[in-house]
Ligand binder design. Structure first.
Ligand code: 6R9
Length: 654
């Protein structure tokens, strides 16, 4: 461990909120927490009333028939009204909602007033095609402003959207369209990615060959590279949408009206269509966006680097920021186009104050080197966020020091597609931070760590993360499969939502997420989390990124197998292997020493950046690779397998 970090962790050093940040923060003490603890339902009702416009107040805050929850029963509201119209009505029509930057360098600033017109026109277009309240609309687009506009248009008329990430294949798109029986598809001719065109419309055409529910396809022109249009079915956005009136009154929706379905990418099995509804979802995303990101809509420029195809994009690019009247940056392309400083160029250009990104991106930036962020002025940043995976302390410190210049708090936010909104996170003006810990459940959230028997493990202790109280933005089920909803989330522990993640609480009660429980190894009877070994490896100065899996071992049950990407300037050698193994032994204990270490240039990841350890396990066990359709780059695994076989890995038997 680098000396600096070792010192910090040994002293149990925490990072208190910087005084100048805390002085003006929305949440500076524990009063919100205390209010929520005293009466969680009243707390959420207070948030719903304070943060949203309701057409009709609710009769009952919560109806909880485990595992089925309904929030704000009898209340009605419109999500598009809350995200757009009410800000215009309040005189904020000239405030910029989205600062959009295309990958080729084109840009657009869209005010709330313009957004209102665009959303209304798109909503009228859907109505003109016969889309009605309760219908499903699939959206398969790149990161263009019309993607959030399409989502909000659906919300305006009460159709549920199902956004499918623009990197998915025709098979994945077709499966999701058919599962939801979407009536319409909204897509683009193409998307820009690393200077090349992703032919979205061609892929959509292939998907639609066997998607009988889809009667209409709206196509936005973005790359203008020439696509075929099927008469009667396909409509150009610029013909259909732009001809509509910008007048489309938002209709009140029931609080429990389906707002969207989002398929979890999952690393195994058939994707699950996670259902989210209207009132509870919007309440919790609006509340968490405001408190976790400490948003000051009149002055902040917020940027979440996720794609709208993931839940992070739904909740923290579209609904949370817009419900708060915030100004957000949206960037279309990749972080290395035209050069590896593109993100930092965007921060500098727009004066981004709050940046929300993923550990996989942070580790990539570390690997590329400090020179890229150092080229740019990042002094506008006042708060950084992390989501998607456990952030290892080394990456946390780098993010804090190199991007935040040591001045910015970091909010490490734990949540899931299923939870809809952030559940565990610091409140940056109130919570002392520990690098690598997501700290505590947010006000109104009940989280615990339990053992195999479902009993809380106490402090300190390790086990399974559970949620022990309903929350407003909780999933309302799995589309078309209520049994799977029960089996997956509610059957492991009586009366508790099982998140699928391992976690531990340290002596101060801080929560440390340890990754998916399928990613826990059992070595000679000891539970070792892949995340901990990965974090120890990445802590070594030569290592940029690491993935660890448990493989079958005749003596120890499971053995630790590691795949390591070196930072530029380092060379693989037997000495380095020994050094890394010793490093892990020093940080965690000899039991966690990797039995094998393979150096590689790349790791198999889902398109949202999560390492697919199942595939690495298969490589290490030399099994068939199974389904690789969610992989960002399928060739990566084959390359690793070739190297793995060539290196006789698994050999070192110390
Ligand atoms: C928002 C999102 C959910 C899974 C979750 C966990 C991992 C997300 C994390 C984190 C540790 C964090 N995860 N945030 N692990 N610390 N701050 O990523 O949703 O794509 O559904 O993934 O991601 O394993 O269970 P989703």
């Amino acid at each position: 461990m680098s000396d600096a970090i070792e010192g910090l962790l040994e002293e149990g050093r925490t990072f208190p909120p910087p005084p100048e940040f805390a002085a003006t923060a929305r949440v500076r003490d524990s009063s919100l927490q205390a209010a929520a603890d005293a009466d969680p339902e009243a707390f959420w009702a207070g948030q719903a009333a304070e943060l949203l416009d309701w057409d009709r107040p609710w009769d009952r805050v919560l109806d909880w028939q485990p595992p089925d929850a309904q929030w704000f029963l009898g209340g009605t509201l419109n999500v598009a009204h809350n995200c757009v119209d009410r800000h215009v009505a309040a005189g904020l029509g000239d405030r910029v909602a989205f600062l959009w930057e295309g990958e080729p360098g084109d840009e657009r600033a869209i005010t709330y007033a313009e957004l209102q017109d665009e959303v209304s026109r798109a909503a009228n277009a859907l109505l003109a095609l016969g889309i009605e309240r309760g219908d499903r609309v699939a959206i398969y687009m790149g990161m263009v402003p019309e993607l959030p506009i399409a989502m909000l248009a659906c919300a305006r008329i009460g159709a549920a959207h199902s956004v499918v990430f623009g990197g998915f294949t025709a098979d994945s798109l077709r499966g999701r369209i058919n599962d939801a029986e979407a009536k319409a598809l909204i897509t683009c001719d193409g998307a820009w990615r690393r200077g090349a065109v992703v032919p979205l419309k061609d892929i959509a055409d292939e998907a639609l060959q066997d998607a009988p529910s889809v009667h209409h396809c709206i196509v936005l022109r973005r790359t203008d590279h020439g696509v075929s249009m099927t008469p009667g079915r396909d409509h150009w956005w610029h013909d259909l949408v732009e001809a509509q009136s910008e007048h489309c009154p938002p209709e009140p929706m029931d609080a429990e009206q389906l707002l969207f379905i989002l398929y979890t990418s999952g690393t195994t099995a058939k994707p699950k269509g996670i259902m989210h509804t209207t009132g509870g979802y919007l309440t919790q995303v609006a509340s968490t966006f405001r408190n976790v990101f400490d948003i000051r809509p009149e002055s902040d420029v917020y940027w979440c680097t996720a794609d709208c195809g993931w839940v992070t994009g739904h909740s923290y690019i579209v609904y949370g920021p817009l419900a708060n009247g915030a100004t957000s940056v949206i960037y279309e392309g990749t972080p290395d186009h035209p050069d590896k400083d593109r993100f930092w160029a965007i921060v500098e250009k727009y004066g981004v104050t709050i940046l929300y990104t993923a550990p996989t991106a942070i580790r990539t930036f570390m690997k590329w080197g400090d020179e890229y962020p150092q080229r740019r002025d990042l002094s506008s940043l006042r708060l950084l966020g992390s989501v998607g995976e456990p952030i290892n302390p080394e990456a946390w410190i780098w993010y804090h020091d190199v991007i935040g210049h040591g001045r910015t708090p970091i909010v490490d936010t734990w949540w899931q597609t299923e939870t809809g909104a952030i559940m565990i996170s610091p409140l940056p003006g109130a919570t002392p931070l520990k690098p690598g810990s997501a700290t505590f459940p947010l006000p109104g959230v009940g989280a615990d760590v339990v053992g195999d028997d479902g009993e809380p493990v106490g402090v300190p202790g390790g086990g399974y993360l559970v949620l022990n109280r309903p929350w407003p933005s909780m999933l309302r089920g799995v589309w078309g499969d209520p049994q799977r909803f029960r089996d997956t989330y509610w059957s492991r522990f009586e009366g508790l939502y099982f998140a699928g993640d391992g976690a531990k609480r340290d002596a101060d009660g801080y929560l440390w997420l340890l990754g998916r429980v399928d990613d826990v190894m059992l070595v000679s009877g000891h539970n070792i989390s892949t995340a901990e070994v990965e974090s120890a490896l990445v802590d070594h100065h030569a290592v940029a990124e690491a993935a660890v899996v448990g493989t079958t071992d005749a003596t120890t049950g499971q053995a630790v197998s590691a795949f390591v990407i070196l930072r530029s300037g380092n060379v693989a050698s037997d000495d380095l292997v020994r050094e890394l193994r010793d490093h892990v032994a020093k940080l965690i204990g000899p039991i966690a020493k990797p039995k094998s270490i393979l150096f590689t240039d790349d790791l198999p990841k889902t398109r949202s950046g999560k390492i697919m350890r199942r595939l690495l396990r298969n490589v290490a066990e030399d099994e068939s690779l199974g389904d690789t359709t969610t992989l960002a780059d399928p060739s990566v695994v084959a390359g690793i397998r070739d190297r793995y076989l060539a290196s006789n890995a698994g050999g070192d038997d110390e």
